[in-house]
Design a protein around this ligand. Structure first.
Ligand code: SF4
Length: 326
């Protein structure tokens, strides 16, 4: 790379892996250790190329359709969750199932099922086609209406408006989701909002860190794969604050021209991007001339989710029992 004027790298805090991603990867690794390869994983366990390639090399096979899983196999559901139909079909086929759905996504599923029994219909704020949205909408046969932006709210046509609740994808832009939720509230004043917002702590903390960092840097680099919703939102947050924001899947993706005229570089990573990639990006930016690397103050994270039964070391004797849902 040609020399540029880069002087400092500011590392956002927190960045990178969240508790749900840590747990999902550990589930696949523990399953590989305990049962041996191959372990089948429905969809990318988390949306990160490096993580998926690493697990493939260790013996994981990623599939989209249950038809591609042989009888008797061990199957892991990805961190994004699955619909009831996929869960029931996997159980019917008799696979040994480990559910790596993030517990914060499962919490949304449980809320949807509970309110549906009370007669609620739902408006889901999320991105069409994202596996988490498919999994959450697939908790019911009907009665969940998807909105992706404020303009969609006018097109929602529920069968009734007395029992209407809002749920959201966990990895949205906090600010965009708040605007859409406000538009829903204006159109449906009786709408029930989540007690605690569905956007997760990790998404919130990483966006807050980028907001704090953006005014102090000339450019923000986000380590994350193109399919990662929360990584895309981090780059968007920077751009909305007027700071150029770029996503890279790996250090080689950095473009020298991005850094022209930039002396302070902000660096963060989406919740599915491993720290090793951040370190490689730091080295690559150092080659542009950066002499100092500082970590910004940020919200400490102590969240940790337990592994499913059958993969916990202290519950080894339960390993033979298939686990349907954690
Ligand atoms: S980003 Fe949030 S919802 Fe997604 S896996 Fe991490 S903690 Fe769970």
């Amino acid at each position: 790379m040609p020399a540029a004027a880069v002087q400092n790298i500011l590392l956002a805090e927190p960045r990178g892996f969240c508790a749900g991603v840590d747990r999902a990867i550990e589930i696949v690794e523990k399953a590989l250790t305990k049962f041996g390869a191959p372990i089948y994983v429905r969809h990318e366990i988390v949306h990160n190329t490096y993580v998926v390639d690493d697990l493939k090399a260790k013996g994981a096979i990623f599939i989209e359709e249950l038809d591609d899983v042989p009888p008797g196999a061990t199957l892991v559901f990805s961190a994004h969750g699955v619909s009831r139909a996929v869960q029931q079909e996997a159980e019917r086929r008799g696979f040994q199932i480990f559910d790596a759905t993030c517990p914060l996504v499962t919490k949304v599923h449980v809320e949807v099922a509970k309110l549906a029994k009370e007669g609620y219909e739902f408006i889901m704020i999320g991105h069409k086609g994202h596996p988490e949205v498919e999994g959450t909408m697939g908790q019911l046969d009907h009665g969940i209406h998807l909105v992706e932006e404020v303009e969609d709210v006018a097109r929602v046509s529920p069968r009734q408006t007395e029992r209407l609740a809002v749920v959201t994808q966990t990895t949205l832009s906090v600010d965009d989701a708040a605007h859409i939720a406000q538009a829903i509230k204006v159109r449906f004043p009786m709408v029930r909002e989540p007690k605690h917002q569905d956007i997760c702590y990790a998404t919130q903390n990483r966006q807050d860190a980028v907001k704090l960092m953006s005014s102090q840097v000339d450019i923000v680099i986000v380590v994350g794969s193109p399919t990662s919703s929360n990584s895309n939102r981090l780059a968007e947050v920077a751009r909305k604050l007027g700071t150029p924001g770029y996503m890279v899947d790996r250090a080689e993706d950095l473009q020298p021209q991005w850094f022209e005229g930039c002396s302070r570089v902000g660096l963060t990573a989406g919740a599915s991007a491993p720290e090793i990639l951040v370190r490689q990006v730091v080295e690559r930016i150092k080659a542009l001339g950066a002499v100092s690397v500082q970590t910004m103050p940020g919200q400490p994270e102590t969240v940790k989710f337990p592994l499913p039964k059958g993969l916990r070391l202290d519950l080894d004797d339960e390993a033979a029992a298939p686990v349907a849902r954690s």
